[in-house]
Design a protein around this ligand. Structure first.
Ligand code: SF4
Length: 466
């Protein structure tokens, strides 16, 4: 993939890719969240937790929703506050939620992945970080060698935070960067210098963090090819182990403050695509591997290894290692992904806290997967993670003929094959091309049974695929 994307003729590729511009899911789950129902609540989650096996390894996610100021591009679930009382109450409530999940799952397996996201987890004081980590690990003990990771905002992360995080056992740190250009930073209301970012990386490496990753965004107001190249030069000079280069999602129905971006300040579709393609190539030329969609990693990084070993997995955290773990989410809006079911907690932090105090678990909605869902989830997962859906793998897993099962979908792939996005073998096996991996969501969309109804919905549900 890496070499061939570098060889791609961009002038020929762009018109093809632009034809696929449209709204589509990011497939961090299948079925996607709009399908989930409020008939699934705390009782259903308790039942599903009770069904997990005692030795099944677990992945944990903790959502810390607080931030000091609002970045205007942001569509995350967060609360802007400087009020110290809110985090204190949050800690009490998340401890209650952990206790409730623990009671539903009498013999939890070992935790081999433990991740905090937000919001800004380092909005919590170092003392609060220690308390929260202790509470989660008391309920769900870490396995030896577990992967422990956190997302941080360099603007609020102090040397004392770095010390507390390492003491707890965090070993992977992900920094929000987005863009270093001053004009872009002013427009998105997030001013963060190269120096403070590089300082935090140096401190983290000195403290023993094994892996550093950066989150960047293309498609922001005022970005140009030149400004993006300068940002990437600074990023590559610091040299994170992983880079996630996300597409800016203009989803004003979720993030109302994005309406403040004037339409003409945002790059038009052709420039937006060129920003992406040039940035991808710059990252690849620096020796990173394209893991999938928007993720890059150094060749020796576990994510790149997982890609090579076919153990790469996609969940709410994006691309991750360790396929097939049950994931338990804590905090407002957190998602749990269990064998055969998804559950999401109440989004709004006050309402989430009330629900936890009343019922222990704050489940707002969820979904139990039918056989059809499970088959399609497998197909979509193979395409999103491996760029390949092999008929033999299908047969081994579901004991049926792939080409017969998905005859209609394979016919729908004809048009994508003519455009050079996929190739389909005689037994129906699908391979996504280098060009196709740039619009891999569109390939996966062919296997989504719910999409037609969602696209006809009166309100938009998804961001743009290109
Ligand atoms: S981008 Fe991060 S720091 Fe900024 S508002 Fe969103 S969650 Fe908070």
């Amino acid at each position: 993939m890496s070499e061939s994307l570098l060889d791609l003729d961009l002038d020929r590729a762009e018109p093809v890719l632009l034809r696929y511009a449209g709204a589509g899911p990011r497939y961090t789950s299948y079925p996607t969240a709009p399908v989930w129902s409020e008939h699934y609540g705390p009782e259903q989650l308790r039942e599903d937790l009770g069904r997990l096996g005692p030795r099944d390894p677990l992945s944990l996610y903790v959502h810390v929703p607080f931030c000091k100021s609002l970045c205007h591009f942001c569509a995350c679930n967060r609360v802007i506050t400087r009020d110290a009382a809110l985090p204190a109450r949050f800690l009490d409530d998340v401890e209650r939620e952990i206790a409730a999940a623990r009671a539903a799952l009498p013999e939890p397996g070992p935790v081999i992945q433990h991740h905090w996201g937000g919001g800004t987890p380092t909005h919590l004081s170092p003392l609060a970080v220690r308390r929260l980590f202790g509470a989660v690990c008391e309920g769900f003990p870490l396995a030896k060698g577990a992967e422990v990771s956190i997302e941080v905002d360099p603007r609020v992360t102090t040397p004392e935070h770095v010390e507390a995080l390492r003491e707890c056992g965090f070993e992977r740190i992900s920094l929000g960067v987005q863009d270093f250009d001053p004009r872009v930073q002013a427009a998105i209301h997030r001013v963060q210098s190269v120096e403070e970012t590089a300082d935090l990386v140096a401190r983290a490496r000195d403290a023993g963090f094994a892996s550093v990753s950066f989150d960047l965004i293309y498609g922001l107001p005022f970005q140009t090819l030149e400004s993006m190249a300068r940002t990437l030069d600074s990023v590559l000079a610091i040299g994170p182990d992983r880079i996630a280069l996300y597409a800016y999602a203009h989803v004003t129905w979720v993030a109302k403050q994005q309406r403040g971006f004037e339409r003409h300040d945002l790059p038009e579709p052709k420039l937006r695509l060129r920003l992406q393609l040039e940035a991808f190539r710059r990252i690849l030329r620096s020796g990173y591997v394209h893991v999938g969609m928007d993720h890059f990693a150094r060749p020796e990084d576990e994510l790149a290894r997982a890609l090579r070993d076919r153990t790469l997995r996609r969940n709410f955290m994006g691309y991750t290692t360790h396929a097939g773990l049950d994931l338990l989410g804590f905090g407002p809006s957190a998602i749990s992904e269990l064998t055969g079911a998804y559950a999401q907690s109440v989004r709004e932090p006050d309402a989430w806290g009330e629900a936890v105090r009343e019922r222990g678990l704050a489940t707002l909605r969820g979904h139990r997967l039918s056989r059809d869902d499970q088959e399609r989830r497998f197909a979509i997962g193979e395409i999103m993670c491996h760029g390949e859906l092999r008929a033999a793998d299908w047969k081994a897993r579901f004991a049926s003929d792939f080409a017969t099962r998905f005859a209609a979908e394979l016919r729908a792939l004809d048009a994508l094959e003519r455009d050079g996005l996929v190739s389909v073998a005689a037994d129906g096996s699908v391979r996504v091309s280098t060009l196709g991996r740039l619009v891999v969501r569109n390939v996966a969309m062919v296997f989504d049974a719910y999409l037609e109804g969602q696209q006809a919905a009166p309100k938009p549900l998804f961001s743009q695929t290109v």
